[in-house]
Design a protein around this ligand. Structure first.
Ligand code: NAP
Length: 289
């Protein structure tokens, strides 16, 4: 299986977990080794390796920057996928592509399913939705939407919470408005390996942890409780966590307020026992995969 964007948050975990899946040989390519906007390079690479699967984790993931430069986001999240599909078609590979809960507008009051209508509210979401369309137009295209992917190898706010709580003296104010599904990255990686191992070859799926989602304040509060109880490597008293109940007015991209997704379909299809998000926090703090 060829892996693009191999040094990103999801790509790094895929690489670390590769030894567990001996039946799948992972060929990781970081951005400097394979630029997904270079259609000729993709065709050459795929034709040489003749993979059964290509897992594309490369993407433009900065939501606020995408609002300022939608063309750049579109180029990486959608435009270049036509070249990737063409290269996959030429060698017969299944293309697994990751997408996001931000394809939804957040107006629903219960978990989104694959049957719900996408209606992105920001440029990142629009570019990712267009990417989904391109991949799903390929007969061997698989799209897996995910959200709030965290591990100690990721570079996002959820991943940074343990360090922030350990280092800060003053309270950490955390957003309590946006509700979403945290996803422990190793669980997502396991699902992606199983997807390839079981030969799934087309369709739209959603993978997140179970549990109905939460806001970031609740997530941070649970982490603080565990750290206070001695879980994880830090010593000392973690900083207090306080809720931010108003839009901080950062001038960034608009966000959908509720984008919890149901992972029931992929769970059934692959026979996965999908954990509750709270049940993964101890592993997270202990940096286990
Ligand atoms: N993380 C989340 O919470 C989350 C939530 C929903 C959906 N997703 C989706 O999951 C996928 C993986 O996300 P992630 O968290 O792993 O993202 P990430 O950490 O930002 O990784 C993306 C990787 O793509 C690389 N890249 C950028 N331009 C490239 C190019 N032209 N060619 C090849 N590689 C390139 C980046 O390299 P540089 O850093 O050097 O630019 C980076 O290593 C994305 O499709 C994302 O939309 C993630």
């Amino acid at each position: 299986m060829i892996l693009t964007g191999a040094n990103g948050g999801v790509g790094s975990i895929m690489q670390r977990m590769a030894p567990r899946y001996g039946n799948i040989s992972l060929l990781p390519y970081a951005k400097n080794e394979l630029d997904i906007t270079d259609a000729d390079a993709l065709a050459l690479c795929f034709n040489r390796a003749k993979p059964q699967y290509v897992l594309n984790t490369a993407a433009y993931t900065n939501v606020d920057m995408a609002e300022k430069d939608p063309a750049a986001a579109y180029r990486l999240n959608a435009g270049c996928l036509s070249g990737m599909v063409a290269a996959c078609r030429e060698c017969g590979a299944v293309l697994i592509h990751l997408s996001t809960d931000y394809v939804f507008d957040g107006k629903k009051l219960s978990p989104y399913t694959e049957d719900d209508r996408p209606a992105p509210v920001n440029e990142y979401g629009k570019s990712k939705r267009e990417g989904e369309r391109i991949v799903l137009s390929y007969e061997k295209g698989v799209v897996v939407r995910t959200s709030w992917v965290y591990s100690l190898f990721a570079k996002n706010f959820l991943a940074a919470i343990p360090r922030l709580l350990a280092e800060r003296k003053e309270p950490l104010y955390v957003d309590s408005i946006q509700v979403n599904s945290p996803t422990f990255a190793p669980d997502l990686a396991d699902a992606l390996y199983k997807l390839a191992g079981q030969g799934l070859a087309s369709g739209l799926y959603q993978y997140t942890s179970e549990g109905g989602g939460c806001d970031r304040y609740t997530f941070a509060t649970r982490i603080r409780e565990l750290m206070t109880g001695g879980v994880g490597s830090s010593s000392g008293i973690p900083a207090p966590v306080l809720p931010l109940t108003e839009d901080a007015g950062t001038g960034g991209a608009p966000r959908p307020l509720y984008t919890v997704m149901s992972p029931a379909l992929i769970g059934k299809e692959l026979g996965l026992d999908i954990p509750h998000w709270e049940d993964r926090l101890v592993k997270f703090l202990r940096n286990e995969i």
